[in-house]
Design a protein around this ligand. Structure first.
Ligand SMILES: [Zn+2]
Length: 373
């Protein structure tokens, strides 16, 4: 079957069927992820002009590698699967990219330990953690990570999440963001082992995956700063109150300070810092051309990410209103009520009715209730 993406044509095995969760070689639902990858690589080259080499660590059909090579990167495509390696070679040749790309048929952890890359892209099936250490050990500038195991990340598959991420994820009403912050925490701790500090310059949770781009700083103090960004979130299952505290020690709250209930959850260590660099996200949006299949979606996502507040959790207006037994309001009006009451408020990219604010759950209700009655 032929597919066209980013104005390039690739051959991938099998029929493209709607609703297929994952294809080993080509997942059409990841087109947005790949379009944003190319736009991010373009924006990153403006920021760090010595970045030249890009490792597509789990290349499968080679699509990401082909797209990066066509964009001028010095690409290495790696896969342990022999069929994938052959397919990647054929797709590079089809797009006249052989001269700019090397294909490696081997264990990518071994490759990452032996060779230095400016940018490493991890897009494995399931958790990326088995590849994180090798990626951070030698990568120079940027590590890009996709995690598709959202159930473990958000605490829905609790034991699996604990095993993969050495943290306690909790299933809350902001589950996708729990996944983002559990993943970033585990990656920051992995990088710190090599005296490397991470700064997430772009992160998004979209349908069934989390994607993040981490700029690296090779300095022990930068690694310390990243570790200092970790902490814990306490969450009340009854009234949706939440608070966070920095530090690797958890200090669980027994009783909810808002409703007095005892159904408190503690999650962590999670990443409590910002997950995007607004200026960089704006630059990425400007690098999305009309020709990309998901151009409009990609730009809209960047616009929301650019203005999203740095608060570590978001709320869903509909879930709050259901909890309060009140009808929901239009989002713009709801956010205006919060701002009029003196709070910061922004939309969040996690869903159409999600938002961020520095107001507590009690303050939100007080600020918005008059318009909800
Ligand atoms: Zn409560």
């Amino acid at each position: 079957m032929r597919v066209t993406e980013g104005e390039l044509e690739l051959e991938v095995p099998g029929e493209q069927t709607d609703g297929i969760e994952e294809s080993v070689f080509y997942n059409p639902r990841q087109e947005l992820n790949r379009d944003l990858t190319i736009a991010t690589l373009r924006a990153y080259r403006e920021r760090e002009d010595r970045a030249e080499t890009y490792l597509d660590a789990m290349t499968a059909s080679g699509i990401r590698g082909v797209r990066a090579a066509a964009d001028g990167w010095d690409v290495t495509c790696c896969d342990v699967n022999e069929d994938a390696v052959e397919l990647a070679r054929a797709n590079l040749a089809r797009n006249d990219c052989e001269s700019r790309a090397t294909v490696e048929h081997r264990n990518v952890n071994a490759l990452m330990h032996e060779q230095v890359f400016d940018v490493i892209d991890l897009d494995p099936y399931g958790t990326p953690m088995p590849f994180a250490d090798a990626a951070f050990a030698n990568c120079r500038d940027l590590v890009c990570v996709t995690a598709t195991d959202t159930a473990p990340l958000c605490g829905a598959h609790f034991n699996s999440g604990v095993r993969s991420y050495s943290a306690v994820p909790r299933n809350t009403d902001y589950h996708a963001e729990m996944g983002v912050r559990i993943l970033l925490s585990a990656l920051a701790r992995s990088a710190a082992r090599f005296d490397v500090g991470v700064e997430p310059v772009l992160t998004h949770a979209t349908s069934h995956y989390v994607r993040t781009y981490l700029e690296l700083e090779h300095k022990a103090t930068a690694a310390d700063a990243a570790i200092d960004t970790l902490g814990h979130i306490s969450h009340c299952e009854d009234c949706l109150y939440r608070e966070h505290e920095f530090g690797l020690h958890a200090d669980p709250i027994e009783e909810c300070p808002h409703c007095g209930g005892n159904r408190m959850l503690t999650a962590g260590p999670v990443w409590l810092g910002s997950v995007c660099d607004s200026e960089f996200v704006a630059a990425v949006r400007d690098e999305v051309p009309d020709a990309f299949g998901t151009a409009e979606k990609a730009r809209d996502l960047c616009t929301t990410l650019e203005t999203e507040l740095d608060e570590p959790t978001h709320y869903d207006q509909h879930k709050l209103c259901r909890n309060w037994g009140l009808p929901a309001n239009a989002m713009d009006e709801f956010l205006t009520d919060l701002r009029d009451a003196g709070y910061a408020a922004s939309r969040a990219h996690y869903g159409g009715t999600t938002f961020k604010t520095d107001a507590s759950v009690g303050e939100i209700r007080e600020a918005t209730a008059a318009s909800l009655e």
